[in-house]
Each structure stands twice: as structure tokens, then as C-alpha cells.
Ligand binder design. Structure first.
Ligand code: NAD
Length: 248
């Protein structure tokens, strides 16, 4: 039977690559983002390649918008048993300049948004007795990140949420894992961050054990495995996809 997935932050970058990959693997995909035009473009590409997808506009931090989007996805393709919590924001602010609103915004999207989407989708997984949740965290939560105290802390919360949810949802047949990406290029976020690198992309690549920078498809490949039947004995884990930037 065809499975249905929801991918958040799917109009660009890692979320777009995950949507395309899951669709290629025969999964019907809800392509959710703030950016509806971007979602529609991703859906057109998936359909042109023979896959099934629907564009959904919502902020993951707005429960009403998320519920309406998930309802649309269910109506189109049936119960949602795969969730890629990928949508997220980042910025750089020196610790001494951080104010409470910076924290609130970061936690509202990266942490509370992830919580809301997971809770809205959960009834479908529970009813099916089967589910896969993959949270996209960040290697900055593992290594620390200069001028990103609030961002790294929000992604640390995502890693921690993954572990607790794995315990809570495992008995329902649902696995919950997280991928902390590192040095993934050609996304809106990574391009915006590029000016912050102390070294050139070529030097960064040379500093990694695999000697290359990452691409959104590297994360999508790991997601494809984590949402498959093959990963059923894996839960609560942090699967680093970072070229060896962080070794655990
Ligand atoms: N690129 C990297 O190297 C890297 C490294 C570590 C972690 N990450 C994480 O990977 C995820 C994807 O990053 P990316 O590099 O593809 O970034 P990106 O900026 O290219 O894509 C993020 C997408 O999320 C969407 N989005 C933002 N806020 C949203 C909201 N409230 N509701 C719905 N959609 C929203 C944006 O519109 C955008 O399309 C993020 O969670 C990011 O923190 C990326």
C-alpha cells in the first residue's frame, strides 16, 4: 500500500530534496512550507517525474494552519504515517546582543513548531500502529556554534525531544530519530550563512574526513532509510550526516 509522508520546510533545500526522494521511492508526499509558490514548483517536478504530491501552505508554529494542511493531505492521499520535521530557521547574533525575542522566535519555530506538527500527525500513526518520524536537528547542537547560542540550543532541544518521543511512541510502533546535518551546501540557509565561514568552501571541504561538502540529497538518502521498513529497530538515535565534521 502506498504510504503518505509530510515533509515540512519542503519548498527549498533539504526539505525539497527529501520530498523528491520519498516521492521517487513511491511515497505520496505533502510538501509543506510558508512559501506556497515554492511548494507548487516542487510538486510539479515530482508529478512530472511520475510521483504523487500536494502543496500545503502553513507555518509549523500555527496549530490551526498545520491541522488544516494535514487534513488536506489526508483527504488527498490517506493517513499520514511518515513525518520529516525539517522546517527551521537560523541566524547569527552575538551572545551579548541576544534578547528574549530572539530566543522566543527561534524556539517557537524550531522546537514548538516541531512539537505541533508531530502532535497533529500522531493520531494517524497511532491508528496504523506504524510510523516514522525524522527530526532534522543540527550538528551545531553537537559542536556548539559561535554567535548561534539560541539556534544551537533549539536544535539541542530537538535532539532531546527525539529521545523522549522515541520512548513515548515506540510502544505504538512508531520510531523517532534525528539527523543533525553539517556543511550541507546549496540551501537558502547555507548560502545565507556562507559569509560567516572563516574559511573558503574549498578549505572547509578539505577539513572534512570525506573531503567534500554535503548536498541536500545526502540528507534525503539518510531520511529514505530512516522512513523505510529496514530501519524498524532504530529509534531515539542521532544519525550524523556531516562528512565527519562531528564524530560520535
Ligand atoms: N544546510 C545546512 O547545512 C544545515 C545544517 C544544520 C541544520 N540544518 C537544518 O536543516 C533544515 C533545513 O535547512 P535548509 O538548509 O534546507 O534551509 P532552507 O532555508 O533552504 O529551507 C528551510 C525551509 O523551511 C521553511 N520554513 C521556515 N520557517 C517555517 C515555518 N515556520 N513553517 C513552515 N516552513 C518554514 C522555509 O520557507 C524554507 O523553505 C533546518 O531545520 C536547518 O536548521 C541545515
Amino acid at each position: 500500500m502506498t504510504k503518505t509522508a509530510l515533509v515540512t520546510g519542503a519548498a527549498a533545500g533539504i526539505g525539497k530534496a527529501c520530498s523528491q526522494r520519498l516521492a521517487r521511492d513511491g511515497i505520496a508526499v505533502g510538501v509543506l512550507d510558508l512559501n506556497l509558490a515554492g511548494c507548487e514548483e516542487v510538486v510539479s517536478g515530482i508529478e512530472a517525474a511520475g510521483g504523487r504530491a500536494i502543496a500545503l501552505q502553513a507555518s509549523i508554529a500555527d496549530r490551526g494552519q498545520v491541522s488544516a494542511a494535514v487534513e488536506k493531505l489526508r483527504a488527498a492521499f490517506g493517513p499520514v504515517t511518515i513525518l520529516i520535521n525539517n522546517a527551521g530557521i537560523s541566524n547569527f547574533i552575538a551572545f551579548e546582543d541576544l534578547v528574549e525575542r530572539d530566543w522566543e522566535k527561534m524556539l517557537e519555530i524550531n522546537v514548538i513548531g516541531t512539537f505541533i506538527v508531530t502532535q497533529v500527525v500522531l493520531p494517524d500513526m497511532k491508528a496504523a500502529g506504524w510510523g516514522r518520524v525524522v527530526n532534522i536537528s543540527s550538528s551545531s547542537a553537537q559542536s556548539g556554534s559561535l554567535e548561534q547560542v539560541h539556534y544551537a540550543a533549539s536544535k539541542g532541544a530537538v535532539i532531546s525531544m527525539t529521545r523522549s518521543l522515541a520512548q513515548a511512541l515506540g510502544p505504538m510502533g512508531i520510531t523517532v530519530n534525528n539527523i543533525p546535518p553539517g556543511s550541507i551546501m546549496n540551501t537558502i540557509m547555507s548560502e545565507a550563512n556562507r559569509s560567516r565561514f572563516q574559511i573558503s568552501p574549498a578549505q572547509l571541504a578539505q577539513s572534512l574526513p570525506v573531503r567534500r561538502l554535503g548536498a541536500p540529497d545526502d540528507i534525503a538518502s539518510a531520511c529514505a532509510w530512516l522512513v523505510s521498513e529496514d530501519s524498524g529497530y532504530v529509534t531515539g538515535q542521532t544519525i550524523g550526516v556531516n562528512g565527519g565534521r562531528v564524530l560520535s
